[in-house]
Design a protein around this ligand. Sequence first.
Ligand code: 3SL
Length: 243
Amino acid sequence: MPQVEVSFSPDLYPFYENEEAIVVVIDIFRATSAMCAAFQNGVKEMIPVRRIEDALDYKKKGYVVAAERKGEVVEGFQLGNSPFHYMNDWVKDKTIVITTTNGTRAISMAKRAHEVVVGSFLNASVLADWLCEQNRDVVLLCAGWRGRFNMEDSLFAGCMVEKLAESGNFDEFSDSAHVARQMFEMGKSDMNKYLIDSSHRRRLNGLNLEEDIKYCLQMDVAPVLPVLQNGRLIDLLKEELLP
Ligand code: 3SL
């Protein structure tokens, strides 16, 4: 039976890299939550890029481009990293290029894996159900903050470990998975309270983004499955429904 590991930071990822595994990229505040919100609101595909320069090249070609650094929209770009930026009709059926501080870096690091999928509390159950059907090793990759551990991504990793363990489809859980699950056990009854002192939360609060935080901590409000195919994220659930 397949195994589950947690990479608590992208800088640890080389130790967990496994080309046969599915990698779940996690950036709860806010990149992967914003991506799920975008697909839930009808975005057709998203092209994650690592550098602002790459984003600028796409912008020159006429693409809609989202760019975030230090929690703020980068000057000269239309969109940033707030889930609320994607909650309007004009994003429907659009291709959106996106670069963020940590989230798109983690996606880019994982691209050699068998499959790369975006995870957040917003799509937790759909994601867990899909992972259970795949019968493959899973690496939960926390985007963290500039290479460092963060609480919110690790908490979500624990949520996934709990769901996968309860399914009975996975039998090997590494130490990293056990620790993440213990965090989720401690925090799940009130995640908002558990994360009250987390560093990125304080950073976002300083930018008056408390509403973003509350939104990102909701369970299953965006049941989508953003999967990386040929450098583009598409919603696999929507694709499967197409005739
Ligand atoms: O690091 C990232 O990719 C972002 O999610 C950071 S922020 O929430 O936009 O500050």
